[in-house]
Design a binder for this molecule. Structure first.
Ligand code: NAI
Length: 397
């Protein structure tokens, strides 16, 4: 059966597993090309199946020879009309490539917010993973979370606070620039976003892992945050997601206290804006991205998730260029936020119109390609869009 890219707005409705395999391999090859580094050897990655989480897992495994456990929420194939999610296949192929190198690559599919998942992972660490981990990457981007202590389910809402925000956005399905207006978040929506995208669940993971004796001396944990430039603040940094990320910084402080006895470290890593399943549905962000990419590409600064995470692991988390900011956070986003980059981005954003947004003036094509790549389409090195559904159904993560 042939597969082709199908979109609904900025969400993919199809997947090419062959392309996912090649994309995972391309990322592995990128890391291998940079050479080995001394980093994590036993890592747990929450949100391991795509973008920043997958990139973290790939650099850990193929740059630092780490055994890894990945937790993610993905769907497998059901029939010809439902082939499952890209992350499902990323898990399968990551495992296949890692095991070929003699590394452990265990996948857990399910709800990382649940107590059951925490218990399963802890049991596995104790019984089959050598008893301890030295790194926990928290890279979840989720629409919902059920708090297992109260049974209440919260939803996140990516909205501004205190004001309505209007701006242009891109519809990838229609290839149109359109005006989007986003209503301010209600108190309940802000609370929900903090519960889902803040740091509470991160703290719970660390507490349970520590209580179970699963954290190695010198253990590190990192959560990915975003700040971005002024033009994105109204709907991100100053919006409901920004409040959640600020709360995660408080969590990080508490985790740091909890880790003192292990000489451990909890870090917030403020990462750059990249094309991911989560970021393309953030209101108005895509318009900024297509201008940012053009500028960063021209200045030789453009990074995909694997380039960004690999640099962070090598030079910051396990390197000597941590450059902590005044709040103790890692700031690899400093390239994105450079004054000369942002000045050029602002100039481009001012020139952008519905007529010119697909031209060479900006990087719409690159943005679209990166988005297609997330779902296994238009991947460098893959031309095969033929899949055997029965064979796909047999493959397990
Ligand atoms: P993504 O949507 O590509 O990946 C999210 C991951 O979370 C996937 O592996 C998914 O399976 C997993 N997941 C979702 N709900 C889950 C659940 N209930 N249980 C288990 N796994 C679950 O997201 P992306 O963009 O890589 O974001 C990861 C983190 O990086 C987020 O915290 C985000 O705020 C942060 N970040 C993202 C930036 C961007 O531009 N995309 C910029 C800076 C930070």
């Amino acid at each position: 059966m042939k597969v082709e890219m199908k979109l609904k707005g900025n969400m993919a409705r199809s997947v090419n597993p062959n392309g996912c395999k090649q994309e995972v391999l391309n990322q592995i090859n990128y890391v291998k090309k940079q050479g080995d580094y001394e980093g994590t050897k036993k890592a747990l990655v929450l949100g391991a199946s795509s973008s920043y989480g997958l990139a973290s897992r790939i650099t850990a495994a193929f740059g630092s020879h780490a055994d890894t456990i990945g937790v993610s929420f993905e769907r497998g194939p059901k029939d010809e009309t439902m082939l499952g999610t890209a992350g499902w296949y990323n898990n399968i192929f990551f495992k296949e490539f890692a095991e070929k190198e003699g590394l452990i690559a265990k996948n857990f599919i399910g709800d990382a917010f649940s107590l059951e998942m925490k218990e399963q992972v802890i049991d596995y660490i104790k019984q089959e993973f050598g008893g301890e981990i030295d790194l926990l990457v928290y890279s979840l981007a989720a629409p919902k979370r059920t708090d297992y202590k109260t049974g209440i389910t919260y939803s996140s809402a990516l909205k501004p606070i205190g004001q309505e925000v209007s701006g242009e956005n891109i519809n990838l399905e229609k290839e149109e620039l359109f005006i989007q207006t986003v209503e301010p978040a209600t108190e309940e929506e802000i609370e929900g976003t903090v519960k889902v995208m803040g740091g509470e669940d991160w703290e719970w993971w660390v507490e349970l892992l520590k209580e179970a004796g699963c954290l190695a001396e010198g253990f590190k944990t990192v959560l990915y945050s975003y700040i971005g430039p002024d033009v994105t603040h109204a709907f991100y940094h100053d919006g409901s997601l920004g409040v959640a990320k600020e709360q995660a910084e408080e969590s990080s402080k508490r985790i740091n206290k909890n880790l003192k006895s292990l000489n451990g470290e909890s870090l917030i890593c403020v990462s750059k804006a990249v094309t991911t399943k989560a970021s393309v549905v953030i209101p108005i962000l895509p318009k900024y991205l297509i201008c940012l990419y053009k500028v960063m590409q021209e200045m030789n600064l453009h990074e995909t998730p694997i380039m960004h995470k690999d640099r962070i692991f090598r030079t910051m988390l396990y390197g000597t260029e941590s450059n902590y900011d005044e709040k103790g956070r890692l700031r690899p986003d400093s390239w994105e936020l450079r004054a000369d980059v942002q000045e050029k981005v602002n100039n481009l954003m001012a020139q952008l119109t519905a007529d010119n947004f697909k031209t060479d003036l900006i990087a719409y094509d690159l943005f679209k390609k990166e988005f297609f790549n997330l779902n296994g389409f238009d991947v460098d090195g893959n031309t095969n869009n033929d899949v055997d559904v029965a064979e796909l159904m047999r493959m397990k993560p």
